[in-house]
Write a protein that binds this ligand. Sequence first.
Ligand code: XIL
Length: 381
Amino acid sequence: MRDHEAMQTRPSSGEREMSAEGAALSRRTVMLAAPLALMACRRDAIAGEAGQTKPGVVPPLKSLVRFPIGTCGMSGQFDDPAWVALARRNFSQFTPEWEMKMEAVLSDQGRYDFTASDRIVRLAREIGLSVHATTLIWYLQSNAWFEALPASRFTAAYDQWIATMAGRYRGQVRGWDVVNEAVAEDGNGLRDCLWSRRLGPDGYIVRAFQQARIADPDAVLFLNDYNLENLPRKLDTYLRLVERLLRAGAPVTGLGTQSHLDIEIPAGQIRRSIEALARFGLPIHVSELDASLRREGGAPDMRSGAQRTAQQTARVEELAEAFSALPSQQQYAFTVWGVRDTDSWYRRDARDDGRDSPLVFNAAGQANPMFSALRDGFAAH
Ligand code: XIL
């Protein structure tokens, strides 16, 4: 399974702007990615031969499907013409990677500042991308001001946060991740966090959905979580939570599965998880797809590069196929967590070796093997 708890740290100011650091990373990666690019070449004609140097050679990702294809990013990336060109060509939707999260908007003194969140929503819409917003309530985004509030003021402040954010972007965003990552890391029950301690384990979730619905009657409201494909036990807990929330009348109108894939899980597990999620009849969002080639923990990694890529493409193709098989009204969007490998949060992780290729495009903007995996998966239905 992907252990991404350790990675969910606040981006540095450098990351937020992405400029100098991003450029340095890209240069480093162009050199290191050469063997991988060669491998991609052999495996797949569309990414190969002369096409390797011509970014236009593969069709736009978004042209392959009828549902929205999303990516994420931070505002600094909108200053990078290569990123903007790839994003416009291949994607139709955008999730702000950081700027709409609580730590970006609400200070530890309880002050709201919408400069960054307004800007990124505007930038995305200006280049023709619809916006999916993340996230209203997340265990990782506690806030010192909230923590210090007495019980008598907590609930009103909670409601106000949700009303303010969901209300401000009403009409500008298609949907919200209302509650993110509510299920415990190992799938054993729900997470203990500031919100659950103050408002109850299911209570804070029900309330968040109710408040979001009041503030934005049109947005699709998601319960978003990760490792649902990777850990059957976690999927189970998530499904039971959805049942309880719906029974309690919470307006959950979409189910988000982040899909930070563990490429070593058995074949069929991803398809089964998408089918299980779809049984509620609600729109599904593959909300943060990436597929790291790097193993986290466990046995020493003896896999060859070719083996890893084969595992990755097989699992990604399975996901794309399972999503394509859904009825169209359940296909909210299929979102990848970044444009180029060098844009990935994995590449900013301390454990990164500079060679991971978890996304659809390489540092130079050329299609990775993952592109063909998506194309083949999407074409199956
Ligand atoms: C990550 C971003 O990619 C990072 O840039 C940021 O520092 C931390 O958050 N699950 C989520 C996303 O729901 O919001 C996380 O995004 C990745 C894991």
